[in-house]
Design a protein around this ligand. Sequence first.
Ligand code: HOZ
Length: 433
Amino acid sequence: MARKVEISRRLQQRAERFLPGGVNSPVRAFRAVGGDAPFVVRGEGSHIFDADGNVYIDYVGSWGPMILGHAAPGVVEAVTRAGRKGTSFGASTPGEADLAEIVISAFPHVEKVRFVNSGTEATMSAIRLARAYTRRNYIVKFEGCYHGHADALLVKAGSGVATLGIPGSAGVPEEFTQFTLALPFNDTDALEQAFTKFRRQIACVIVEPVVGNMGCVPPGSGYLEALRAITRREQSLLIFDEVMTGFRLAFGGAQELYGITPDLTTMGKIIGGGLPVGAYGGPTEIMNLVAPLGPMYQAGTLSGNPLAMAAGLATLEYLREHKQEIYPRLERLSRELVTGVAAAAKQAAIPISSNRVGSMFTWFFAPGPITDWGSASKADTEAFARFFRSMLDAGVYLPPSQFEAAFLSAAHLEEDVRQTVEAAKQAFQLVNA
Ligand code: HOZ
């Protein structure tokens, strides 16, 4: 059944007069999947509502932050209360240490944390800090991983760059990326070779421990352990970019799930409870290099904003209090959903490969296995687009890109999963048609 799109279409046309592509982040323009992007007017629990009155089961969750679902009462209440006292002062407020304390309790190696406004700022700053600490220039990232849109990190990046099928970004001088080494994910030999070639010159290795930005791609067995061992041996810092995975895969993120301790951790998304917050943290010895204590400069007018701190604190306190129920339930429902859709694909003889860790997952339209960007990029993006549009028409909102992970929240119900699997059965018929 086709959904109504007239109002969203008009809103899009109006937005295009004032905003590039009518959007403030490229993936929202639906260029990779076609069709009309819904203009969202409201969210509640596991559902979002658009301007035309359509209702969707939401598996984007604002690209990860909404682990408690939309308009979670405790979060809305906390933000409202904070807002009544004033929205920004550019001066310290008590909530900053409150959020820092709970973040530090989740990540044992983090002794100090600095709040910023986005994941991009967090990773950019963590890399500057790693260079300041090691006094080395080179950095290693992995193909298909995305660490925000800072110049040095837009090399063979995932997320919107992969979605648009572009190699990087215009406007980034070659010189700005000369110290960035982009290696294949899940390939320990490639990393060993880089350390041999650039001996004592590599400041850090930054990785999404479970990649979400080329679709969901888990680390192979022993891979994170190898990253830890090699970086330690080479006296290079290991940065876990837990912007997506932090508080998502476990309260203590991927590092808790896999039992690996990085040197620095970057965070975002869930720590802001839906408001713009990023953070980077690590041991005191490294963090004390950050200004005003040390020579590594980084600042922000709105950093530690009181509304954002309040939303983050309400979200993390709720997660900490209910973690014994929430994470096992996310695991169970996500497993049911992912295997249910995979079974529907099999029934329809559509070769898909399902990747999932906890409540992060992707159905790749490829036989798989999908272990890195080389295999992910072979997915049939046309088939994905047909599947996506059919799901949207049936009231299921998936990430509008084959190369973005989907998320399930604590607000999703068994009934949502059942409806989604039913919708997928229909959608796979159309993929084939
Ligand atoms: N994967 C992106 C953030 N980590 C999606 C959000 C966006 O590009 O707007």
